[in-house]
Write a protein that binds this ligand. Sequence first.
Ligand SMILES: Cc1cc2nc3c(=O)[nH]c(=O)nc-3n(C[C@H](O)[C@H](O)[C@H](O)COP(=O)(O)OP(=O)(O)OC[C@H]3O[C@@H](n4cnc5c(N)ncnc54)[C@H](O)[C@@H]3O)c2cc1C
Length: 373
Amino acid sequence: MTGVPDKTDAVVVGGGPAGLAAAIAARLKGFDVTVVDGGHLPIDKACGEGLMPDSFGAVHRLGIRFDTDESFAFRGIRFLGAGASVEANFPSGSGIGMRRPCLHQALIDRAEETGVTLGWGKRVVGLTAEGVALDSGSIRCRWVIGADGQNSRVRRWAGLNGARHESFRFGFRRHYRISPWTDYMEIYWGSGSQMYVTPVNRSEVCVVLITRDAHLRLERALPQFPDLSRRLDGASPSTTERGAVTASRSLRRVFRGRTVLIGDASGSVDAITGEGLSLSFHQAITLADALAVGDLRSYQAEHRRLVRRPNFMANLMLSLDRFPVLRRRVLRALASEPEIFANMLAMHVGSISPVDFLMHGMLPLGRQILTAS
Ligand SMILES: Cc1cc2nc3c(=O)[nH]c(=O)nc-3n(C[C@H](O)[C@H](O)[C@H](O)COP(=O)(O)OP(=O)(O)OC[C@H]3O[C@@H](n4cnc5c(N)ncnc54)[C@H](O)[C@@H]3O)c2cc1C
């Protein structure tokens, strides 16, 4: 549907994963919801395209279904670097890799099925006293949900830009035509950058470079990752390179008055965690609960709780990025004690708490690093 009403319960600004998930969750609570997005379908975006197993509780509650022919299940994570390699399976379930437009279509299908109104090619140009102004027309509403991504203008218009913490890296993604050689998501650790590989279907992998160097590009970085270069040798790229900024950002607050933020607009964790989509889906459910009782403070409190674990993981991973000696020692320690890595992964996907990880992961890891020559 492309026509949008001039009055509704909730307007969602941005029809990316977070906006569509928020719209579905609010619709399931009985609200009339309209999503407006300045883009036209199909919408693609630089992304690692991996959904961690902790996404699926929320995905199922939202009733989203993924096409198994257009996705690839992976059983765990493998780290490679400093001459070491270590892998662990997820404690339960699998992750799923899927091309971004396929994920987007699954969300659109579910939004349409639940009765969300979708308006593509409709850009929001400001907030009004009664709702939002579009590039042509306006919509009155009770709630404005800002899901307009990393550079959110809704965040700025609502005076919510105040960040407690902010740092940036650059991400570049490209697909290669090759049968996945593994059912693990692989993270290759280099000097000042990482590359990670997600199998996304039976004949394609998604390769992402994450770096602090805005001028580096994927093909130029590959020689720094000889193991990955060898894997991709002879595979032809199936897409062009696409880049984006990946931010670690936590906001002081995520709502003001009728306006509330979700997804990357509401703060984000570094892409290396692979947790952005999972966070958006969980936030969507929490937000709908808060809208149903008319109290956005509960959303803000739960939002803070939801980002705690991914933030912890992001800090850990960014420390490995920043400190080469630490990275080398940690990778070698994990390779010689894979159980520690399994505990780290269990914490990453929420199967054990950060406190349990400190006891059964960090302490043994510290011992291993200190005793290793
Ligand atoms: C390189 C990279 C790799 C990543 N890898 C992973 C991964 O493997 N797993 C994972 O879970 N996460 C990953 N992420 C994070 C993930 O991509 C994001 O968390 C996710 O896309 C956030 O979705 P969103 O809906 O908040 O924002 P977006 O996907 O950016 O959607 C925002 C939408 O808002 C629209 N919009 C903007 N302004 C307006 C306006 N004024 N009016 C109307 N519409 C507007 C845009 O057109 C867009 O469609 C990665 C991110 C990067 C950069």
